[in-house]
Ligand binder design. Sequence first.
Ligand code: NAI
Length: 446
Amino acid sequence: MTDKYTQLVNQGLGRNVAKKLGLPQPAILRRYQPGQPLISGPVLVQGTTPGADTLAAALLAWDLDVRRHAVPRERLGAIILVLDDVAHPGELERPILSVASSLRDLAPSGRFLTVSRPVTDDVTPAEAAARQGVDGFLRSLAMELRAGATGNGILLGDAVETTSPSTLAAVRFLLSGRSAYVDGQFLTVTSPDGQLPADFDRPLAGKVAVVTGAARGIGAAIARTLHRDGATLVLVDIPAAGDHLAGVANELHGTALQLDISRDDAGQRIIDHAVQRHGRLNIVIHNAGITRDKLLANMDHTRWSSVINVNIAAQLRINEALLASDHFASSPRIVSVASTSGIAGNRGQTNYAASKAGVMGMVRAAAPLLAERGGTINAVAPGFIETDMTARVPLVLREAGRRLNSLRQGGQPADVAEAIAFLASDAAGGINGGVLRVCGQYMVGA
Ligand code: NAI
C-alpha cells in the first residue's frame, strides 16, 4: 500500500510545488533496520535531578554521544527532558525554555522525549498540576516538530527510576526507528520489573509467539517483525485464509494453525498446538479483527454480534484459557490490537468501537492477573494504517485519514508491529495494563 503523494513531495519538482502551494509535506520517516545505529547525532539530556544524571550515564554506556549542555548549532539526534521531580507548574518554565532554542537543531526524524511522573491520588494539587502540565506541553510540542521528528513521554510509576529496565527499554524504543509512527504519546512504566536483552537486535530470541489473524495485513507484518526479533511463531487464521497463512508460515519457518478464534475451544487449541509443536508458549498477540460498519439505525444482530465475538469476546475466552494453563507461566506476554476508533469513536462503527474500547478495558483489568505470574498485558491502538482495509476507503476520506495527524501520512503495518514487538519483549516487563497509540498523533481522539 503506497502513499504516492508522500513519495512525490519528497522529490525535486514535487517538493517545490508543494512548498509554493502550502500543501502538506510529509517526511520519509526513519524506520528501524537491524544493525543500524540507535540514533544518529548527539543526545541532549536536560534536567538537574539525580534521575537525569543516572539516565545520562546509562545512555553513555550504550555508546551514545550524550550532551548535558546544548552546543549552539550542533545537529542533535534527540533531546530528552527529565522532569521527574516537578512539584508546581511554576517549575516547568526553566527546564522547558532551556531546551526551546535547541529544537531548531533537531535532525530530521529526531526525537524529543520527556521523562516525568504520572498524576496519582497521593500527590498535592500543585504536584498534579505540574505533572499533568507536562502532558499538555508534550502533546503540543509534538505538533510543532517537523521533518519526521516526534515527541513522546515516559511516565515513571511508584518505585520506578529513570534507569529501571523498562524505562531504559522505553527510551530505546522511542529513540529508535521502531517508533517512527508513535507521536504525541505517553508510555507509563508501572513497575521496576523487566530485563534488558543480551542482544538488542534479537530481543525475542528463544520465545514462542502466537499471532492471530496472521495471514495478511497487520498480522502478517507482526509475524515478520517478531520473527526478525528472534521469536518462533505459531500463526493463526481462519481456514478460508489457509493458503495465505501457509505462505506466511513457510516464509517465517513457523507453524500454521487454521482456527476460527471465536470457537469456544480456541484457547486450548492454541496452547496444545504451541506446546506440541514448539514445547512452550510465551507470547500471544491478539490481532485478528473484523469490521461490519453500519449506522446504528441500520445495525442488525449479525453485524453487531460478529464484531463483538471476534474482536473482544474471543480474546476474553482465550485469555481465560491461557491464565488457567501451566504452559503460559514463563514471563507471559499478551498484546491486543485495539484502535483509535475505540478511543474517539467513529461514525458507522458503534459495534467496532465498542469492541475495541472493550479491548482497552480488558487490558486494564487483566493486568494484575498477568502480574501475578510475572507477565504483562497491553494494547496497541493503531490510527490510519496503509492496508487493504484502508485502501478500500473512498479517496477523499482516505486522504483526510492519512493527513489528519502530525506526521501528515498513514502508518505502515510494520509500525504497529514494532510497538507490539516492543511490548512483547522481556525488557517491557515493567509496562502493564497500558494502551500505546501508533497513530502519528492522529487528531481524532487526540
Ligand atoms: P485484515 O482484515 O487485513 O486482516 C485481519 C485478519 O484476521 C485476516 O487475515 C482475517 O482472516 C483474520 N480473521 C478475521 N476473523 C478471524 C477469526 N474469527 N479467527 C481467526 N482469524 C480471523 O485487517 P488489518 O487491517 O490487518 O487489521 C488487523 C487488526 O488491526 C484488526 O484487529 C483491526 O481491527 C486493527 N486495526 C486496523 C487498522 C487499519 O488501519 N488497518 C486501524 C486500527 C486497528
